[in-house]
Write a protein that binds this ligand. Structure first.
Ligand SMILES: Nc1nc2c(ncn2[C@@H]2O[C@H](COP(=O)(O)OP(=O)(O)OP(=O)(O)O)[C@@H](O)[C@H]2O)c(=O)[nH]1
Ligand SMILES: [Mg+2]
Length: 262
C-alpha cells in the first residue's frame, strides 16, 4: 500500500467552505487532488459575491471528484459545515475532512491526518503540539488561539492542545454520534463544540502536528464577534457542566446515605 492509498478507510470527502475565495480555491482543489487522489471534494459556497461559486461549478464540471453545494447567503462557517456533513452522510462517505480554502491548511499534510484516523474516531490538526507550528501568523493571533484553547481546557476539562483549529478528519460514524442537530455554535466555537462532544462521548480524539500557514491572498472572516461567541459559549458550557457535576455528586451522596440502612 503506498502512502497515498487510504482505501482501507473507505470513501473520503474533503469539505471546503468558501466565502470570497476566488484566488485560492483552484490552487487548494488541485493540491488536494494531488495529495490524496481518491478523495472527493465538496465546496460549500455561501453565494460568494466574488463569483467563487461559479468557479467551483467550473472545477466540478472538469472533475468528477469535485462537488459543489450552493447556499443562499453567508450564514457562517458552522452552518456551512453542518450542511456539508449532512450531504456527506447522505451520500455514504466514510471519512469527512474539514479544510479551509485559504491555504492555511496544507493539503500535503492530509495523509498525516488520514493515517492517524486509522487509530482514532476524530483527528485534529494541531498547531500547539510538538512538531506543530504557524507560519507568518502575528503574535496577536497566536495569543488568541493559544489563549482560547487554554481557557477551553480549564473550563471544559478537555485534554486537547488545539481546540479551535479547523483542519480535522472525522469518521462518518463519529459525526453520526455527535447529535449535530443540537449544534448552534459558529466560527471557532463550532470547532470547540464538536471536539468537546467527541471527548464527552468517550471517543478517541488524536492530535497530529500541522504547519498552519497564514493566508497570502483573500480576506479573513475572523472577527471580534467570533472570538466573543467562543468566549461566552465556553463559559456558559463550563459553568453548566460544573453545576451538573456538583448536583450529581450531591444526589449520589444523598442516595447512598439514605440507602445505607437497608
Ligand atoms: N461557506 C462559508 N464559508 C465561510 C464562511 N466564513 C468563512 N468561511 C470559509 O471558512 C474558511 C476559514 O475562514 P477564514 O476567513 O480563513 O477564517 P480564519 O481561518 O479563522 O481566519 P484567518 O486566519 O484570518 O484566515 C475559509 O475557507 C472561508 O472562506 C461562511 O460564512 N460561509
Ligand atoms: Mg483562514
Amino acid at each position: 500500500m503506498d502512502s497515498t492509498d487510504f482505501s482501507d478507510l473507505g470513501r473520503i470527502l474533503v469539505i471546503i467552505p468558501t466565502f470570497n475565495e476566488l484566488s485560492t480555491l483552484p490552487v487548494i482543489v488541485r493540491r488536494v487532488r494531488t495529495s490524496v487522489p481518491a478523495a472527493h471534494i465538496l465546496i460549500a459556497d455561501d453565494n460568494s459575491p466574488d463569483g467563487t461559486g461559479r468557479l467551483a461549478d467550473e472545477l466540478a464540471a472538469d472533475d468528477g471528484n469535485v462537488h459543489v453545494m450552493h447556499r443562499l447567503g453567508k450564514e457562517g462557517l458552522g452552518a456551512a459545515y453542518l450542511a456539508g456533513f449532512a450531504w456527506a452522510l447522505q451520500a455514504g462517505y466514510d471519512v469527512v475532512v474539514e479544510m479551509d480554502a485559504d491555504g492555511s491548511h496544507q493539503p500535503e499534510q492530509l495523509p498525516r491526518l488520514l493515517d492517524a484516523l486509522r487509530g482514532a474516531d476524530l483527528v485534529l490538526g494541531s498547531r500547539w503540539v510538538p512538531g506543530g507550528r504557524t507560519e507568518n501568523w502575528p503574535k496577536s493571533r497566536q495569543l488568541i488561539s493559544r489563549g482560547g484553547t487554554a481557557y477551553t481546557r480549564v473550563m471544559l476539562g478537555v485534554p486537547i492542545h488545539d481546540a479551535t483549529g479547523g483542519y480535522r478528519a472525522f469518521r462518518a460514524q463519529t459525526l453520526r454520534k455527535l447529535d449535530l442537530h443540537e449544534v448552534a455554535s459558529q466560527g471557532y466555537c463550532f470547532q470547540i463544540d464538536l471536539a468537546w462532544r467527541a471527548v464527552q462521548r468517550g471517543m478517541r480524539v488524536v492530535e497530529v502536528p500541522i504547519t498552519f500557514v497564514e493566508r497570502t491572498s483573500g480576506t479573513s472572516k475572523m472577527s471580534r464577534r467570533i472570538v466573543a461567541e467562543a468566549l461566552w459559549r465556553v463559559t456558559v458550557w463550563g459553568v453548566d457542566d460544573k453545576v451538573t457535576r456538583v448536583r450529581r455528586r450531591a444526589s449520589a451522596r444523598r442516595s447512598s446515605s439514605h440507602g445505607g440502612g437497608a
